[in-house]
Write a protein that binds this ligand. Structure first.
Ligand code: ATP
Length: 572
């Protein structure tokens, strides 16, 4: 059994290192100490959560409330606590400073239960009362991490990949990583994977199965530059319309329906019409995927993405579902009545999907054609573009559904414009620069942004972004970034440039650019003395992408592919 104080000490060690290898060693040590009943809780807390994010449990406790609780727990005036917070910029450091006591030696499970009650409590008052009681039982270093977890800002720098590595070490060999990854891809719940591993060992992982109610990590597509390349890569294949909406994975379990976004966040309550349509499908248990889109019922035309995305909201859902009803274009079947379909060939999954989705108002099948020549692909593509779609998808007929991975089983071919990259790039903000000239007053003038490198689980810089935001947007951005600013470079950021302010890699923005160039200043794709890659004339499109996690940003490898595609297009 692990004491919460021990866990806090492990957290201190994790916070003190920037080496990923060391992090996985520390985590391995921690996980080895945890017993079978608590290892899931240890994993969740290390990720700053109580349950996986797809369960949608939030603390609903602001920094302000935490300060009130701290003030009550230590007897200092609220104004003094607020002043300290202003100076230190982190509720964790404030707690460390003001709570000078021993603590009652609570176990991880006890603290977890208390935190769970805080998250589940309905009213603010109840939450604060529970928090005060908890703080009174904690030592300062324990409180430091508890309050950070509550405000959603643990700052350990530990990514999923590092936890997976540590779990593989627990099995005795780094090579077992693939098995841990497989289980994770099937349930998106590292706590459950850890528990299975602790209780049933290697065999438990080998027998790990999909369960409705646990989202499967989504398969992603690579990009191709032309119809020729599509055929060269896939041979005879399926091409589908590429709808510009949002991707959903939908689970049915008896009468219950769970809907998850691309980012595996719960969306069930936001999509009543889809939920209803799914209950009518003739299957006990089912997992399908599709793209949801607002469609004008009179004309049959798609509304722009801005209208569709408005459904990601908490209020007035019912009114919205009447004004802009969504259609779901179903494109894959992953599970049916106890049978795992992800291992079956795409064409077989599709056939079964066609049996299940019969014509209705809300559910439709994605438009599909089987093709074998570049000419046929070209025709399908031209037609899709004419109808206002953003491109097409190509799918290998014999490929399984590769959960959690991006590969050439699926490809996307998008419209491209001369002098502009065909695709926008999703980048993570890792720091910002104070403004100059007209922006001096705003205190922010440009962002340092990065792409994700899964092999090292780090963020590598690719561009400074200084345009595309309105003045109001800069102001809100600064506010959001100041809440996650750091006094040093984040452990997972790899950068040669030093911005005025470092921030935790948390927010993703979409950027369009003229082209990708080689640059000695940036670390994305940089090897030895060879320069890295950078975006030329980047400008932000829209605001922060709250639907993407930092690891969902584009990867270094994708930047390299975009660079190659761009070279090929400019030759053609
Ligand atoms: P990605 O999802 O690949 O990380 P993204 O969110 O920017 O990136 P794109 O790269 O533009 O999306 O294209 C892939 C996405 O296209 C899928 O994730 C899915 O949401 C969407 N999509 C639309 N139509 C289809 C279809 N017929 N089959 C599969 N995906 C489709």
């Amino acid at each position: 059994m692990v004491k919460f104080l021990e866990l806090a000490q492990f957290f201190e060690r994790l916070e003190g290192t920037t080496s990923r290898l060391e992090m996985s060693q520390i985590l391995y040590e921690l996980f080895s100490k945890a017993d079978k009943e608590e290892i899931d809780k240890v994993v969740y807390l290390t990720m700053g959560e109580l349950v996986p994010s797809f369960r949608g449990l939030e603390f609903g406790v602001s920094e302000k409330l935490v300060m009130e609780a701290l003030s009550k727990a230590c007897g200092l005036k609220l104004s003094s606590i607020q002043k300290l917070y202003k100076d230190l910029g982190d509720v964790g450091k404030v707690a460390l400073e003001v709570l000078k006591r021993e603590g009652k030696g609570l176990s991880v499970s006890q603290v977890y239960e208390e935190l769970y009650s805080i998250a589940r409590a309905k009213g603010t008052l109840d939450k604060v009362m529970l928090l005060i009681n908890l703080l009174r039982a904690l030592s300062s270093v324990e409180a430091k991490f508890v309050v950070r977890i509550i405000v959603g800002n643990l700052r350990l720098g530990v990514g999923e990949a590092t936890i997976i590595e540590a779990l593989a070490l627990l099995l005795g060999r780094r090579e077992y990583k693939q098995m841990v990854e497989r289980a994770y891809n099937l349930c998106s719940d590292l706590g459950l994977v850890a528990k299975t591993l602790a209780q049933k060992g290697l065999q438990g992982l080998a027998e790990f199965k999909i369960q409705p109610g646990y989202p499967i990590r989504m398969a992603l597509a690579e990009r191709v530059a032309s119809a020729e390349e599509l055929i060269r890569r896939l041979g005879k294949c399926a091409v589908e319309a590429k709808y510009d909406g949002f991707r959903l994975q939908i689970h049915k379990k008896g009468e219950e329906v769970y809907i998850y976004s691309r980012n595996l966040e719960p969306m069930t309550e936001m999509l009543p019409e889809i939920k209803q349509a799914i209950t009518k499908i003739d299957a006990d248990e089912l997992i399908i995927e599709g793209e949801a889109l607002a469609v004008n019922e009179q004309t049959g035309e798609f509304y722009p993405f801005q209208i569709t995305i408005q459904r990601k909201r908490k209020y007035n859902i019912y009114e919205y579902s009447k004004e802009y009803p969504l259609k779901l274009f179903c494109f894959d079947l992953l599970y049916l009545n106890g049978e795992d379909y992800t291992t079956k060939a795409f064409i077989d999954r599709r056939k079964k999907l066609e049996d299940l989705i019969t014509f209705g108002n809300t559910l439709e099948l994605s438009e599909l054609r089987i093709v074998q020549s570049a000419k046929e692909v070209e025709e399908f593509f031209e037609d899709a573009i004419l109808r206002g779609l953003e491109g097409i998808m190509g799918k290998r007929l014999d490929a399984p559904y590769t959960a959690g991975s991006r590969n050439f089983n699926w490809v996307k071919l998008k419209r491209s414009y001369k002098g502009q990259l065909a695709d926008t790039v999703d980048v993570v903000i890792v720091g910002y620069f104070y403004g100059r000239g007209a922006r001096a007053e705003l205190g922010i003038g440009a962002l340092l942004t990065a792409v994700y490198d899964p092999s090292s689980d780090t963020f590598k810089t690719v561009s400074k972004v200084g345009s595309g935001f309105s003045e109001e947007e800069w102001i809100s951005l600064k506010k959001m970034l100041d809440e996650i600013k750091l006094d040093h470079k984040h452990a997972r950021v790899d950068s040669l440039i030093t911005p005025d302010v470092w921030v935790e890699p948390k927010y993703v923005i979409t950027v369009s650019a003229d082209e990708i160039t080689r640059s000695p200043l940036h670390t994305a794709g940089k090897t030895g003395d060879e320069p890295g890659y950078a975006l030329r004339f980047p400008r932000a499109v829209g605001f922060v992408r709250l639907d993407k996690r930092p690891e969902d940003a584009n990867t270094v490898e994708e930047i390299l592919r975009m660079y190659q595609i761009q070279k090929r297009i400019s030759v053609e």
